[in-house]
Design a protein around this ligand. Structure first.
Ligand code: HEC
Ligand code: HEC
Length: 321
């Protein structure tokens, strides 16, 4: 009660009228009671708490979101979260498997960590050889946000699904031949990227096969599920391709057409050669093969018959002249 009286009595006149020691005591009381005065208005604390709590929440959500989008463009070509190893290991749980310091160093400099003989890096490099994760050159905050996104999905036991890895429209049948034209370079890529065939081959495209710098893509839609493959076409993070396509990205139309081509290749060749075994021949293919050969022979016969008739007619004409 006394505090209150003093606090409410902030009138300088009154203070000055007091004797000096009394004024001092009053001042001391006023200072000491300041926090209690605030406490009186406990709404202040509640509001402060709500604001800070909310702010923390929003900042965390934003960082997770940023991490998800970074992961989608920079890491998803090679890593899943929760759906198995790809070119690199599945990163589910990785924030529990490794320390934060280890992760920060590894993500930006995996090769040099391996070179200096760090045991875990050595193990990983051995297991995933010959692929080597490229240095990522990310800021501390960017890595933190990616790690926050990984932890968030791990805790929720959810799989990473990239937000944008969808085709811009439905596939129509003309997309397959259009994709073939793009793949083989007969139609130029809109933004000037190099034709896929200079580094890749695909069964049925190009009589001489394609380049060998990149892997054969016949079974690529078996190796990668649809959103994984679409994300690679949108944003190939493999070093060799990134140098080409980070500045010459495929257009949305080209992505639809190339995806259609790979999906079609999967339907024509449902089993990758390594799984099907090279020695087993599907009887269906044998029948198709024989039929195709007969057709070719029949066509050739047709052509030759005309030609020989032409010659014969000429001979007959000359003989009867
Ligand atoms: C070109 C493929 C590629 C890209 C892109 C890539 N990585 Fe990797 N990552 C690998 C490979 C391969 C390994 C296994 C070690 C090795 O051989 O380099 C690996 C290992 C890791 C590991 C160690 C996993 C463990 O079990 O300890 C982490 C963490 C990691 N990568 C994070 C990232 C992050 C984050 C990004 C994106 C910013 C990224 N990687 C981009 C290929 C890649
Ligand atoms: C300059 C050479 C080059 C060109 C051009 C190129 N790629 Fe690649 N691509 C590569 C290399 C090398 C890899 C393997 C990366 C790795 O595994 O580290 C690759 C990997 C891929 C993969 C993943 C394959 C797998 O099995 O993991 C896909 C899909 C792909 N490329 C699609 C394409 C498409 C579509 C085009 C044309 C629009 C294209 N690439 C043009 C070099 C190239």
């Amino acid at each position: 009660m006394q505090f209150r009286a003093l606090l409410e009595n902030t009138d300088h006149e009154t203070t000055r009228k007091m004797t000096k020691p009394l004024a001092l005591i009053s001042h001391a009381f006023r200072v000491a009671s300041f926090p209690f005065a605030l406490f009186r208005g406990s709404w202040f604390f509640i509001a402060l708490f709500v604001v800070l709590f909310d702010f923390g929440h929003a900042a965390k959500a934003q960082s997770i979101q940023e991490g998800q989008s970074l992961f989608g463009t920079k890491c998803y070509s090679c890593h899943n979260i929760g759906s198995g190893d790809k070119t690199g290991p599945d990163l589910k749980d990785v924030t529990m498997r490794r320390t934060k310091e280890w992760l920060h160093e590894f993500i930006n400099m995996p090769a040099s960590m391996n070179a200096r003989g760090e045991a875990t890096a050595n193990q990983l490099f051995k297991k995933f050889s010959p692929t080597v994760m490229p240095d990522q050159g990310l800021t501390t905050e960017q890595i933190d946000s990616i790690l926050a996104a990984i932890t968030d999905l791990t805790n929720k036991n959810e799989v990473f699904v990239p937000a944008g890895a969808k085709l811009s429209r439905a596939i129509v049948w003309t997309d397959v031949p259009a994709g073939m034209q793009l793949f083989s370079g007969r139609v130029k890529l809109q933004n000037g990227g190099t034709a896929c065939i200079s580094c890749h081959s695909l069964k049925g495209v190009g009589a001489l096969g394609g380049g060998t710098l990149g892997p054969d893509l016949t079974a690529v839609n078996i190796k990668y599920r649809d959103p994984e493959l679409i994300a690679i076409l949108q944003n190939p993070a493999f070093p060799t391709m990134a140098t080409q396509f980070s500045t010459h990205a495929l257009s949305n139309e080209e992505i639809v057409q190339l995806f259609a081509l790979f999906q079609n290749a999967k339907q024509l060749n449902p089993m990758p050669a390594t799984q099907a075994g090279v020695t087993t021949l599907d009887p269906k293919f044998f029948v198709i093969g024989v039929a195709a050969m007969l057709l070719v022979l029949a066509l050739m016969n047709l052509g030759w018959r005309n030609r020989s008739r032409g010659v014969r007619e000429e001979l007959v004409r000359r003989a009867t002249q």
